[in-house]
Ligand binder design. Structure first.
Ligand SMILES: Cc1cc2nc3c(=O)[nH]c(=O)nc-3n(C[C@H](O)[C@H](O)[C@H](O)COP(=O)(O)O)c2cc1C
Length: 280
């Protein structure tokens, strides 16, 4: 008997519904899906992004919005998080104009941290060819940033070996989870330095929860002053308005990502981002 897929959780159903709604919106000839992106193009990690605003991982796991995302005002879609056994047909297709394909990779939940490196490297091999950049997602059970930075170092080495199949090496981003960013500036910089030393190209600074949210601009400022300016800082967590986008960019982020605010208020959020950005 073929395996039975587990039922979708209400959250997963809500996300699917939102993706389908945004797909329709992107296709509408004269609606919200046909305007210039809010905020101008930016360059980061050797890539050009039509807009600094991207879709965060978990929203569009399989890249269904890739084709229409530029019409919605996004510069990137971060697919995944994908594990080595996942299939993602869109990653073998042609890249959509102007929208960068990020792929978040991780290990399956049942794989322990002793075997984690193997899982990440398999995922990197599986998805590197179709991605513009890859984000390493530590997941919830990562024992420490040092452990994850060591894994990032192994991923950088594999990325460099795979580079001969590409025009340029694939940019690698490490996701820093909120719980690693709650200390003082010195400890936050210490965490970031380990990933920079490992050779990654970007840091996805994730701020979830009230405490992390309160400190986010201070964290971004500390990082942007301390780390090599070639390292791209991407801010995610609590971005729900133009003011919030502007604050993150002013504090040192080059790119930002949205998730829950879009889930809750999709066309309204897109419209307000566009209106707010135009009136600047
Ligand atoms: C339903 C849901 C699924 C998510 N799935 C992933 C995921 O697969 N990988 C990941 O790195 N982050 C995942 N996230 C985290 C988001 O990418 C984002 O970092 C987080 O929601 C904070 O941004 P927000 O405040 O704009 O929602 C998920 C979040 C939500 C709400």
């Amino acid at each position: 008997m073929p395996p039975v897929a587990p039922p979708l959780t209400p959250r997963a159903l809500r996300t699917r519904w939102a993706v389908a709604r945004l797909q329709r919106l992107a296709r509408s000839p004269d609606g919200d899906g046909n305007a210039a992106p809010p905020f101008g193009p930016v360059a980061a990690m050797g890539l050009s992004f039509a807009s600094p605003i991207g879709l965060a991982a978990g929203f569009d796991r399989r890249g269904r919005l890739l084709e229409g995302a530029h019409r919605l005002g996004f510069g990137a879609v971060e697919m995944g998080t994908l594990t080595p056994a996942d299939r993602c047909p869109v990653l073998s297709g042609r890249a959509a104009d102007g929208v960068r394909r990020g792929v978040s990779i991780g290990k399956p939940r049942h794989v322990g941290w002793d075997d984690a490196e193997h899982a990440w490297l398999r995922a990197l091999r599986a998805f590197h060819a179709g991605a513009d950049y890859v984000t390493l997602n530590p997941g919830r059970d990562c024992p420490s940033p040092a452990r994850f930075a060591a894994l990032a170092g192994a991923a950088v080495q594999l990325r460099n070996r795979l580079a001969r199949h590409r025009l340029r090496p694939l940019p690698l981003v490490a996701k820093l989870t909120s719980r690693w960013l709650n200390g003082d500036a010195a400890s936050v910089i210490g965490v970031a330095d380990a990933f920079v030393a490992a050779g990654i190209d970007g840091l996805l600074v994730s701020t979830e929860g009230r405490r992390a949210r309160r400190n986010v601009c201070a964290v971004l400022r500390a990082l942007s002053e301390a780390v090599d300016p070639r390292i791209c800082l991407i801010s995610v967590g609590g971005i729900d308005s133009v003011d919030e986008v502007e604050a993150r960019l002013a504090a040192g982020a080059t790119l930002v990502q949205v998730h829950r605010a879009l889930l809750a208020h999709d066309p309204r959020l897109l419209r307000s981002l566009r209106r707010g950005a135009r009136s600047r």
